[in-house]
Design a protein around this ligand. Structure first.
Ligand code: THU
Length: 141
């Protein structure tokens, strides 16, 4: 899918709807995310905090859980909004989470425009790194 083929307004509206469901008694910083899966499904997520602050689930965590629970697949487009509906950059850990489930060339709506997953997490550590290492150790034997 190219950036022009994606209905970013509609995806953002889904993220806004998800943001309304955020459980944020501690930070009072609601986040909503939405993504298009490679089979056309649209999924979403919100952040869910915890009294043990470090256990907070970012909105991307609930999105990835929803991805797996609704049939899996790869993410082709993603957007993230704050409580004002403004674009929000996924935190570092969540870029890693998204990378794991990204389709080749996945697009993200960011604070600085539409970017690819490789632009927001360059030279990422990921599934391929582990496969390549395994293959190189087999070749050594
Ligand atoms: N948060 C997210 O849900 N996703 C991000 O990518 C950035 C941060 C949440 C976690 C916490 O509930 C709140 O924003 C403030 O850090």
């Amino acid at each position: 899918m190219t950036a022009e083929e994606i209905d970013w307004d509609s995806l953002r509206a889904t993220a806004l709807e998800a943001m309304e469901k955020a459980y944020v008694p501690y930070s009072k910083f609601p986040v909503g995310v939405a993504a298009i899966v490679d089979d056309g499904r649209v999924i979403s997520g919100c952040n869910v905090e915890n009294a043990s602050y470090g256990l907070t689930l970012c909105a991307e965590c609930t999105l990835v859980s929803g991805l797996m629970m609704s049939g899996g697949g790869k993410l082709v487009a993603f957007t993230c909004v704050d409580g004002h509906g403004n674009a929000l950059m996924p935190c570092g850990r969540c870029r890693q989470l998204l990378f794991e489930h990204s389709a080749e060339g996945m697009l993200l709506e960011t604070v600085s425009g539409i970017k690819t997953i490789d632009e927001v997490i360059p030279d990422a550590f990921g599934p391929r790194t582990l496969v390549e290492y395994r293959e190189s150790t087999i070749a050594e034997q």
